[in-house]
Design a protein around this ligand. Structure first.
Ligand SMILES: *Cc1c(COP(=O)(O)O)cnc(C)c1O
Length: 371
């Protein structure tokens, strides 16, 4: 039996290095609530990501939910159906009605030219996603937000360390959230963050993630418990040393994939935007069944037979899931591009341990299945 080639694998710090942190945590006996490593990781990530105000969270979903609370978003929010389901769930948990807008085929991000038509009197915010770390057209989105007085919260779960013209894309909009789930490029096992633009907002967010406490005895608002503990913060610090190397390795594999796929008709990948430094978090390809000869699902199964595990990410669209499918904006006619992309996409294995040989093997299978 060949070895399994998985879609991703976590970036684990060397165990002996992690153990040093654990010993220190054991002697400090401070396990959570703004512990030593929590504070250190916030500082280190600010520096690494070139942002100023940063609050760690226990996961990305709670960061999204809290971001909406922090800006007191209500009513309707314009968002994309082409994302992980947590994007829309965060709206639901805040009692907000999601309004789905179609995507652009070249980035898989929300189409800014379709946003204005979806705005109503109840619209309070836009929640776009930097899909696969591809930056949204933030200038167009900001213009619309300014015109209609809307807030912008970016779901930047895929956008760790992505820069555009040498600036972090986490600076776009009012707030951005990150996810540090084990499957993401950089992880704290489970974890996440909110990036904001003032010390005052950071304090507000810090209070919200700790039940709304302001000081020892005062509770000013109904907060939640979304704190990151010391063990996970230490894991994040231990693995931060290895992230540049991991991204470099991903980049090499992405280049190799592109070279192979350029020679196969019926498969395409997303073109890079000039001036963007990517993190290569995913390698998404689109299958054009007519030209390629077999469907995306057939290819997915054939890869599986060879012990290669891709992921149909994002399929199905969020708008087709039970809690959302009856919304008027969820109709497939309203989302033709997202529907087409979701039906043709497959994310090929992409991680720091993927070898040159692995990609050659995957390439051979992609070739062979072509009619
Ligand atoms: C992973 C992910 C999330 C959720 O983050 P968790 O840390 O798993 O809660 C939200 N949005 C997108 C686009 C994601 O990929």
């Amino acid at each position: 039996m060949d070895k399994q080639i998985k879609v991703t694998t976590p970036l684990l710090p060397p165990l002996e290095e992690f153990n040093v942190y654990l010993q220190d945590i054991w002697s400090r006996k401070w396990l959570t609530n703004n512990g030593y490593y929590h504070e250190l990781l916030e500082k280190e990530l600010c520096r690494y990501l070139q942002v100023e105000h940063f609050s760690l969270f226990s996961n990305g979903t709670l960061a999204l939910i809290t971001a909406l609370q922090a800006l007191q978003i209500s009513g309707e929010v314009i968002t994309t159906p082409y994302s992980f389901v947590a994007t829309t769930h965060a709206l639901w948990w805040n009692g907000i009605k999601p309004i789905f807008v179609d995507i652009e085929p070249n980035t898989c991000n929300i189409n800014p030219d379709k946003i204005e038509a979806a705005i109503t009197e109840k619209t309070t915010a836009i929640m776009p996603v930097h899909v696969y770390g591809n930056p949204c057209n933030h200038e167009k989105i900001q213009k619309i937000a300014d015109k209609y007085n809307l807030k912008i919260i970016y779901d930047a779960a895929h956008a760790f360390a992505v820069t555009q013209n040498e600036h972090s894309i986490l600076r776009y909009g009012d707030l951005s959230i990150l996810s540090f789930h084990a499957t993401k490029t950089y992880s704290t096992i489970e974890g996440g963050a909110i990036i904001c633009h003032s010390e005052e907002m950071k304090r507000h967010i810090d209070n919200l993630k700790n039940f709304g406490f302001r000081g020892e005895t005062v509770v000013e608002e109904p907060g939640i418990n979304a704190k990151l503990n010391e063990v996970q913060a230490a894991y994040g610090l231990a693995s931060l040393k290895y992230i540049d190397d991991a991204i470099q390795k991903r980049k090499k594999r992405a280049e190799q994939y592109r070279e192979i796929i350029d020679k196969i008709s019926g498969i395409s990948y997303l073109q890079e935007i000039e001036g963007v430094k990517y993190n290569y978090s995913y390698f998404a390809v689109m299958i054009d069944e007519k030209t390629y000869g077999i469907s995306r699902d057939e290819l997915y199964d054939k890869l599986k037979e060879e012990n290669i595990f891709g992921r149909r990410y994002f399929y199905p669209l969020i708008s087709t899931f039970k809690p959302y499918k009856s919304l008027p904006s969820a109709k497939p006619q309203n989302l033709p591009i997202a529907t087409r992309v979701a039906d043709s996409v497959i994310c090929l294995p992409m991680h720091h341990e993927l070898t040159e040989k692995d990609v050659i093997k995957i390439g051979t299978i992609l070739q062979r299945n072509k009619l």
